[in-house]
Design a protein around this ligand. Structure first.
Ligand code: SAM
Length: 204
């Protein structure tokens, strides 16, 4: 996925997700998860301890005000968390100024805490035509690529590589046809969709 074992990783809005556990099982052990909800944080801590994942840190923190130093993570990852900022966005083609402010605040924080060659991975149901104006804002030095998954009901894996922005490549950044999978509602809810995705095929 572009994340390797030695990397220091931040997960935004972990909630009850198994993402950090799956990364850990893949050898990525330096993981910090944050969530705004103290209840979610306590539950996640208990869940991880009960499964023996003692090294994964879980903190009560706001992704709009990240309590970390500049350039402290190799990778930042979020799954379905950015979506919460769009809940009251109004017209998706022309989101409310308050939404724009929050999304940019989040992205600026992510960009700040990423190391110079860090990578931001955003797994989302938000479509590229609604996400690109934010990811592509001129203050960011990251490149943008994404892959589309799912039949009928699509989700997107956005990959942003800090320091790799190239103006020439803009406009042609869906990487290639990705393997198609058929999703059922219970799989969407249980996260099976992401764990059935062969991330290695993303070649990032
Ligand atoms: C839709 S859930 C996704 C949870 C998890 N990433 C998953 O894939 O199941 C959104 C999560 O983001 C958290 N959240 C909402 N606003 C946040 C913020 N400003 N900072 C950090 N976490 C936030 C919520 O508490 C919730 O756990």
């Amino acid at each position: 996925m572009g994340i390797v074992a030695r990397n220091v990783v931040l997960e935004l809005g972990c909630g009850n997700s198994q993402l950090s556990e799956e990364l850990y099982k893949d050898g990525i052990t330096k993981i910090t998860c944050i969530d705004l909800s103290a209840v979610a944080v306590e539950n996640k801590k208990k869940q991880l301890l009960s499964k023996g994942f003692k090294d994964i840190k879980v903190l009560d923190a706001d992704m709009l005000d990240l309590p970390f130093s500049n350039e402290s993570f190799d990778a930042v990852i979020e799954k379905g968390t950015m979506e919460v900022l769009f809940v009251d966005s109004g017209d998706p083609w022309n989101p409310r100024p308050a939404t724009v402010t929050k999304v940019m605040q989040m992205l600026k924080g992510v960009h700040r805490v990423l190391k110079q060659d860090g990578i931001f991975i955003s797994i989302s149901f938000g479509q590229p035509h609604f996400r690109r104006p934010f990811f592509d804002a001129p203050e960011f030095t990251w490149s943008l690529e994404w892959n589309t998954f799912g039949d009928g009901f699509h989700y997107f894996v956005y990959i942003l590589k800090k320091g790799k922005r190239s103006l020439e490549s803009e406009g042609t950044r869906e990487k290639y046809e990705t393997p198609s999978i058929c999703l059922f509602q219970d799989e969407l809810e249980s996260e099976d969709y992401i764990f059935r995705t062969n991330i290695d095929e993303l070649n990032c």
